[in-house]
Design a protein around this ligand. Structure first.
Ligand SMILES: Nc1ncnc2c1ncn2[C@@H]1O[C@H](COP(=O)(O)OP(=O)(O)OP(=O)(O)O)[C@@H](O)[C@H]1O
Ligand SMILES: [Mg+2]
Length: 231
């Protein structure tokens, strides 16, 4: 579904990614782990064309998307759940969701399915996003990502700052996406939660991929796990 090969991304003259490569299969959940400043968000920004890589290639379903403008990348079926949610604060939940709704070649989702995933969402439809809690905003941000009919969803720290029951709902949503054949890249500080929903993981440090392997191998091997992700 997605193939990132040897990308080098810069902020001005400062290089943030040094030859990052990763693959995500159809319906596969891949976790991208690593310490603060490792380059996880920059990898997502590179895929979305928000920080286009200076070198290397990104392909989505075999088609080169490197350096396409972000709106064209999004329309091909890549959705984003940003770490800072990025909703329109003065618009209601319903308005934000309507603006995000889009048809692609991939599975379309409807509002009723969103209410099925997040039971509290229905009550947020008429409220302005500036009056929502962090967890409520996250429900809107995830729903918006799904209503855009993605083939691939990029989650940047989806459980950050959320109560345990909402973290559970987020992880259930990721499993549901996988069951529907939709691919997921999830950046997560809560590494154990990420391992439990992921098929494979990549561990980054200082702009490089330092390890890749099966999530189950880290769940089974506490020594390796502690060395790679410190939990
Ligand atoms: N807008 C920016 N301008 C300059 N440097 C940046 C910018 N954004 C990120 N960086 C630098 O790029 C490197 C990678 O940052 P990035 O945000 O990708 O890390 P991260 O793995 O997402 O970290 P965190 O876990 O803290 O979110 C860091 O050294 C960071 O300081
Ligand atoms: Mg980040």
């Amino acid at each position: 579904m997605l193939s990132v090969s040897g990308i080098e991304t810069f902020y001005g003259e400062t290089q943030a990614l040094f030859g990052v490569s990763l693959e995500i299969g159809r319906g596969e959940v891949v976790a991208l782990l690593g310490p603060n400043g490792a380059g996880k968000t920059t990898t997502i920004r590179s895929i979305l064309g928000l920080s286009p890589p200076r070198r290397g290639h990104i392909r989505f379903e075999g088609e080169e998307i490197t350096r396409l403008p972000t709106h064209r990348i999004a329309r091909k079926g890549i959705s984003w759940v940003p770490d800072d949610r990025r909703v329109f604060p003065s618009l209601t939940g319903a308005r934000n969701l309507r603006l995000g709704t889009r048809r692609t070649q991939f599975r379309a989702w409807c509002m009723d399915e969103m209410f099925g995933i997040f039971s509290a969402l229905e009550h947020l439809m008429r409220r302005e996003c500036e009056n929502m809690s962090g967890g409520e905003l996250q429900m809107v941000a995830i729903s918006r990502a799904l209503l855009a009919s993605p083939g691939l969803v990029l989650f940047d720290e989806p459980s950050q700052g959320l109560a345990p029951n909402i973290v559970q709902a987020v992880m259930r949503t990721i499993r549901k996406l996988r069951d529907e054949g939709i691919s997921v890249l999830v950046v997560e500080q809560n590494a154990l939660a990420a391992l439990e929903v992921s098929d494979r993981i990549y561990v980054m440090d200082r702009g490089r991929i330092e390890h890749d392997g099966r999530a189950q191998d880290l769940l089974d091997n506490p020594v390796l796990r502690r060395r790679l992700i410190g939990v």
